[in-house]
Design a protein around this ligand. Structure first.
Ligand code: UDP
Ligand code: MG
Length: 325
């Protein structure tokens, strides 16, 4: 008996808000009147989240499954592991902190039923700090230019994916990825809707400025090599400019003779160039580091245990075996 809807929720140190999440998520899903399952992925939380999730599994084993990681592998790895465990035709991802209201899942499902295989969402009134919202908006525009992936609100995880898109994602073995972008590259008929957004119910954001920068590099380098190509173009332009400067200086040497004026200007130009070169090397490093991680081919995450109800057929098979013995 396959569920129609699977909801995937990554959980990392969310003990403070999980009970509030359960109290709103399950009623909202029950109200939809369809067969559903909720797949929680505990991303190596160091608080009581894993225990709280196991308790919830015992309360609603018919519709709950819990994947337990043995360490912290990041939100996107957690979502990918959740995808592996899903069986529904429609898969919805959601944050555990109630910033995405569970009551909005119904809207995504309705849209999917209109024949779309990817429904993104745009937060109507984003409840995050000012700088966070502004920085996201700027990064969003830059990223769209570089990767040609259309996501109005890339940081928003409340999204629905069709079974075929999920199956394709399950075949990928990317180490550093960004799930909504990966899904977008496989979608045949994507669309977006507007959803509500709330403040974090409890706990704090799990993303520091540093991890946000890392994530944005994943998003750009994982889906485009345009930054590298831009750099070779910039290299050509700068080489031409410095060749011209060289010619100019040589000509001056013969007309005016030896001179040292303007030497600081030359320093300034040199330092600027050094900065550009360093950035270029760093950018190369971003790609090479990812190639390195990819070729090592280590497991992307390690699942310690999966809490799920044995399928009926397996159960009766077990009963048969027990009876025979
Ligand atoms: N998360 C995770 N692993 C991590 C970081 C975050 O599974 O290493 C989960 C977290 O529990 C939450 C979701 O990813 O359900 C989004 O995280 P958060 O709300 O902290 O991000 P923000 O809303 O600040 O972007
Ligand atoms: Mg959040």
């Amino acid at each position: 008996m396959k569920p129609e809807l699977s909801v995937v929720i990554p959980v990392y140190n969310e003990e403070a808000g999980l009970s509030k999440l359960f109290a709103r998520l399950y009623p909202a899903l029950d109200k939809l009147g369809i067969r559903y399952e909720v797949v929680f992925v505990n991303d190596g939380s160091r608080d009581a989240s894993a225990a709280i999730l196991s308790d919830q599994f015992r309360l609603r084993p018919d519709v709950t499954r819990v994947v337990l990681f043995n360490g912290n592998y990041g939100q996107h790895m957690a979502i990918l592991a959740g995808f592996q465990a899903t069986r529904g035709d429609i898969v919805v991802t959601l944050d555990a902190d109630l910033q995405n209201p569970p009551e909005e899942i119904g809207k995504l499902v309705d849209k999917m039923r209109e024949g779309y295989d990817y429904v993104g969402s745009i937060r109507r009134d984003r409840q995050d700090s000012m700088w966070r919202t502004q920085a996201s908006r700027a990064m969003n525009q830059l990223r769209e230019k570089i990767t040609h992936i259309k996501m109005t609100d890339q940081g928003n995880m409340l999204r629905a994916y069709g079974r075929e898109v999920i199956n394709l994602i399950n075949q990928c073995s990317e180490v550093n990825t960004f799930v909504p972008a990966l899904a977008y590259t496989f979608a045949r008929k994507p669309t977006e809707i507007i959803v509500e957004h709330e403040e974090r119910a409890a706990g704090i954001s799990k993303y520091s400025l540093y991890s946000l920068i890392r994530l944005n590099f994943d998003l750009v380098t994982g889906f485009s090599i345009a930054p590298l190509q831009f750099f070779s173009m910039l290299g050509i332009a700068l080489s031409i400019a410095s060749a011209a400067l060289f010619v100019l200086l040589v000509v001056r040497r013969f007309i005016v003779g030896a001179e040292v004026e303007g030497v600081f200007t030359l320093f300034a130009i040199t330092f600027f160039m050094l900065g550009v070169v360093l950035f270029g090397i760093g950018l190369l490093g971003e790609y090479i580091g990812r190639i390195y991680q990819q070729v090592r081919g280590r497991p992307r995450y390690v699942v310690q245990a999966i809490l799920e109800e044995k399928a009926e057929t397996e159960k009766s098979a077990a009963k048969l075996v027990a009876a025979r013995d």
